[in-house]
Design a protein around this ligand. Structure first.
Ligand SMILES: [Cu+2]
Length: 395
């Protein structure tokens, strides 16, 4: 970025921009002036582009922690991004001997993460069906309850919740415009007590709405990531039998009464990343290399979380996961609000195992809100070195 002070005389003589002139009179480091300078005004041609003129593209969703292949920045007009999600009621062993009937968007907890760009439209077909994949217990191949989806990224009709209600065996299509950039939660919201029940049983995920120009750091420079991982943090409230063993139910409906009683105490029995204990420490091995920049995305539908990367940092962290706000630099721990998200990037500089976790360490280690990231490459002694090995005390 150019130095504002040196720009001032020429800008004033040319009388280019009232905004920049105001910025010139700010003190060096003036936060307001920086913010004004950092923001990119929306392009009216993009904002006013009509849906009827937009090209339709189909996006195949994938299970977290991974994302569909996507462009990080786009230059053309907004598109209609066509996606489909099938809701499945299924029973999963979330920890050894602990079984939960989940409602899973697209057979996944958290649900898959669509990726669009700001001002695109999302055309979602929501299917209230059944699992077609082996490995889960389902109710004779059919769901039992009405489901829907509330996209926090959308505008109106309860985030689409009013327009997406589908009973078992139905499907519905809703099209909405992604007018805000950022990572946004979505979740099932069928009304009343069903809202928390469906969310605590896994009915949530997030959608990534990238700025059309892509991500930018605090200086306004483009950030391009080599990899992106999505951590969906999930609280469970599993009931117990009278003898202290974990209670197992025969269906999504049957499970509800006892689970609501545990929920009433507000203390989760299990906290995990990506659906089950060990999902990102045992089942899936996340890898990166020294020099790679990784985008770390995190959602929590029910409770705040405080992400921390052991051995690294949030080089740039976007407040509440919203990319049109000036990112914070060099954070140790940041915030996911309940019902929200966080987004951070880190460029790995050392090899070894990193742990990305909720720095409520009880939730991370007594429960299981954590993931490992194994990083290959060179070790830089300038950054850290054991300059004296452990030795026996002599006095
Ligand atoms: Cu639901």
């Amino acid at each position: 970025m150019m130095n504002k002070t040196s720009m001032c005389p020429s800008l004033l003589i040319a009388a280019i921009s009232a905004v920049l002139v105001v910025a010139c009179f700010g003190e060096p480091g003036d936060a307001e002036a920086q913010t004004v300078d950092w923001k990119i005004p929306p392009d009216p041609e993009i904002v006013n582009f009509k849906r009827e003129d937009a090209e339709i593209v189909t996006q195949d969703l994938v299970a977290p922690p991974f994302l569909p292949s996507h462009e990080q920045a786009v230059s053309g007009p907004p598109k209609i991004v066509r996606i489909q999600m099938n809701i499945v009621e299924r029973e999963v062993e979330i920890a050894p001997g602990v079984f939960v009937w989940q409602m899973a968007f697209d057979n996944s907890v958290p649900g898959p993460m669509p990726v669009v760009h700001q001002y695109d439209w999302v055309e979602l077909t929501l299917h209230n069906g059944a699992s077609t994949e082996a490995g889960f217990r389902v109710n004779d191949g059919s769901n039992s309850m009405m489901h829907n989806v509330d996209f926090h990224a959308s505008t109106g009709a309860l985030g689409g919740g009013e327009l997406t209600q589908v009973t078992p065996g139905q499907e519905v299509v809703v099209t909405w415009r992604a007018t805000k950039a950022g990572l946004f939660l979505y979740h099932c919201a069928p009304g009343g007590i069903m809202v928390p029940y469906h969310v605590v049983t896994g009915g949530n995920g997030a959608i990534l709405v990238l700025p059309r120009e892509g991500l930018r750091d605090g200086y306004g420079n483009p950030i391009r990531y080599d990899k992106v991982f999505y951590f969906g943090e999930q609280d469970y409230y599993v009931p117990k039998n009278a003898d202290g063993t974990w209670r197992r139910s025969n269906s999504y409906v049957e499970q509800m009464g006892a689970m609501l009683q545990v929920m009433d105490g507000l203390v989760p029995t299990h906290v995990v990343f990506n659906g089950k204990t060990g999902a990102l420490t045992q089942d899936i091995r996340l890898e990166a290399a020294v020099g790679e920049t990784v985008l770390l995305l995190h959602s929590q539908a029910l409770y705040p979380s405080w992400p921390h990367l052991i051995g690294g940092h949030g080089d740039w962290v976007w407040p509440f996961g919203k990319f049109n706000n000036l990112p914070d630099e060099g954070l140790e721990t940041w915030l996911v609000p309940a019902g929200g998200t966080a987004a951070a990037v880190h460029t790995f500089e050392q090899s070894g195992r990193y742990v990305y976790l909720n720095h409520n360490l009880i939730r991370a280690f007594v429960k299981d809100a954590k993931a490992f990231i194994d990083v290959t490459g060179e070790w830089n002694n300038e950054l850290m070195e054991q300059t004296s090995a452990p030795r026996t005390l002599t006095n």
